[in-house]
Design a protein around this ligand. Structure first.
Ligand code: GUN
Length: 281
């Protein structure tokens, strides 16, 4: 039977550790503050932002909320970011994505001071990760490393196959698994004979954005499977990029959806906010 990797419990442990740190910082007179910027009313983004603010409250991080209308001009958003960059009482800045179509996401991300880039999306943060320098790491991949470490899953010398090459998950995931001494392969929509590649994986990380795409034929016996996907199935139940019922019996360990990778993203955002204190000092 596969071990079910409990992201809910692991994320709770991380938030509890951070809560103690934040309380200790407060005793020394230091407050951790995250500015959360939401443009428009995308329903999924509204839920994510609400959950991020709730997590801040739990951990003891002060959150400042900036909710701007859909029709906000790009210059206005850039001005808000410049103001937040300049504020000494703001340690982290998060601009929820996606942005409305009339805005250039790359330009907006680049406007955030890398010292406050708690999402780890700024080119400087990505560059630092790629050459092993300290900096903020994108929250979902950082959360997956924590899931593996805290489940005592060995990464050194293991074959890790990542399905998906996005800037937010696939690429930083590959860099992090390299840092963890895995032998890493990134696959994508143009990969020829994908199952023959994924079947090589000791650790298979799936961030492809296609509902229940990975079935048992893609998975080696005894593999560890990490599912980044989040969808609704035909019964409106949450499901991932992995066909869990089909794949789980073959695995040594697997993340469920929900309760696997999802809760880790917010826990690692909280972690980055607390780290921002040291980076800003
Ligand atoms: N939209 C979906 N995921 C994320 C995330 O991790 N950070 C931000 N800023 N926007 C997102």
């Amino acid at each position: 039977m596969a071990t079910i990797i409990d992201g809910k419990k692991i994320s709770q442990d991380i938030k509890d550790e951070l809560k103690e740190k934040v309380a200790a910082l407060k005793e020394q007179g230091t407050e951790v503050t995250l500015a959360v910027v939401l443009v428009g009313e995308d329903p999924a983004s509204c839920v994510y932002v609400r959950n991020k603010k709730k997590a801040c409250e739990y951990v003891g991080i002060r959150s400042l909320s900036f909710e701007l209308p859909e029709e906000t001009k790009e210059e206005e958003l850039l001005q808000l970011i410049a103001d937040l960059n300049a504020r000494e009482d703001v340690n982290g800045i998060l601009v929820q994505l996606p942005l409305p179509k009339h805005m250039d996401e790359d330009k907006v991300i680049k406007a955030i001071d890398p010292k406050k880039d708690v999402d780890g999306f700024h080119p400087q943060s990505v560059g630092a990760l790629s050459i092993g320098l300290p900096g903020f790491v994108s929250c979902t991949p950082a959360g997956i490393v924590q899931l593996l470490k805290r489940s005592d899953i060995e990464t050194r010398g293991k074959k890790c196959v990542i399905v998906g090459r996005s800037n937010i998950v696939g690429k930083p995931m590959a860099l992090l698994m390299l840092r963890e001494d895995a032998t890493v392969t990134i696959t994508h929509s143009k990969t020829v004979d994908l199952p023959s590649v994924t079947r090589e994986a000791d650790i298979l990380i799936v961030a492809i954005g296609k509902k229940q795409f990975i079935t048992s034929e893609y998975v080696k016996d005894g593999a560890v499977v990490i599912d980044v996907g989040m969808h609704r199935d035909e019964n409106n139940k949450l499901c991932g990029d992995v066909d869990y019922e089909d794949v789980a019996p073959k695995c040594s360990a697997i993340t469920p959806v929900p309760g696997g990778v999802g809760p880790m993203t917010i826990a690692m955002l909280m972690y980055n906010c607390v780290s921002a204190i040291d980076i800003n000092r």
